[in-house]
Design a protein around this ligand. Structure first.
Ligand code: CP
Length: 309
């Protein structure tokens, strides 16, 4: 399936994921060279538009575009005319006047990426829309795991923490299942309503003790900024009940976290840099996987040179 936009993991079947993972692998080889740039997207323009804070996603999409020789227009809402009250539609139409072939959008509104496809001819990448989706994170996480496993078929992956507020959990649970993994969601009842398991096709448990059976423990940040009522009696109780620490992490289990980490909350400080922690590898993977996403949208898919949607 050729990608026109990357808005949701529903855009990604297994074959498309395999193709992007393989291409990211070839870009990893380029990243190991002295000259890390390739001319694949020379003459193309990528705009990155961030209405929410980001370190990893914004920097890696920007660097990915530059490594592919594209021109980049990086916009952060805080330093732009968005801060003067310009609407999303006017901002997108303004950026589109420069003729970008891709707009990468992070916004707090679910479905914002889908909405802006009406106002631009560019391919749109959803770089996180509120609590809904973060599909490029899923791709980089699958790529990271494939550096350790030939296949995710039958692998047991536990996603632990603040599932309710997590776009990563929503995207990853489905993407991991597409790749054949068995996914269990684990967290306190206030942060993991039972209907989420049904919606995502995963097992749900509020009991952390079974986590020793997992091949991969994927931990999530406690998202204080998205909590507008009290979801936990206290952080201390969360730590006792659900923190992944050296007592809960087995030596053969792989540990993941999308970042940024609240050290001492969802993870104890000592496991963040443990030998079986993939957290730094996830960041490395973000660059090459986002190169592969841009390549897929512009050079490999429906928008080859000279074509628009
Ligand atoms: N994982 C992730 O999306 O990180 P940033 O918020 O730093 O982009």
């Amino acid at each position: 399936m050729a990608l026109e936009h990357l808005l949701t993991v529903d855009d990604l079947d297994r074959e498309t994921i395999e193709r992007i993972v393989a291409r990211a692998g070839s870009f990893a080889e380029v990243s190991g060279r002295d000259i890390k740039k390739v001319p694949a997207l020379r003459g193309r323009t990528v705009a990155t538009l961030f209405y929410e804070n980001s370190t990893r996603t914004s920097s890696s999409f920007e660097l990915a575009a530059k490594r592919l020789s594209a021109d980049v227009i990086p916009i952060k809402a805080g330093g732009s005319s968005v801060a003067k009250g310009e609407s999303l539609e006017d901002t997108v139409r303004t950026l589109s006047a420069y003729g970008p072939e891709v707009i990468v959008l992070r916004a707090p509104w679910a479905g914002a990426g889908d909405m802006i496809t009406r106002w631009t001819d560019a391919a749109v990448v959803n770089a996180g829309d509120g609590k809904r989706e973060h599909p490029s994170q899923s791709l980089l996480d699958i790529y990271t795991l494939r550096r350790h496993f030939d296949s995710l078929e039958g692998k047991k992956i536990w996603i632990v923490g603040d599932i309710l507020h997590s776009r990563v959990a929503r995207s990853n649970a489905r993407a991991f299942r597409t790749m054949g993994a068995h996914v269990t969601l684990c967290g306190p009842p206030t942060l993991l309503p039972p209907q989420m398991g049904e919606a995502l096709g995963c097992e749900v448990t509020h009991d952390i003790t079974g986590v020793d059976d997992a091949d991969v423990i994927y931990t999530l940040r406690i998202q204080n900024e998205r909590m507008n009522e009290s979801f936990m009696p206290s952080l201390a109780e969360y730590v006792i009940g659900y923190q992944i620490n050296s007592k809960r992490l087995g030596a053969k289990q792989l540990l993941m976290h999308p970042g940024p980490v609240n050290r001492g909350v969802e993870l104890s400080a000592d496991v963040v840099g443990a030998p079986n922690s993939l957290i730094e590898q996830q960041v490395e993977s973000g660059l090459v996987v986002r190169m592969a996403i841009l390549y897929e949208l512009l050079a490999g898919g429906k928008r080859q040179m000279g074509e628009t949607a």
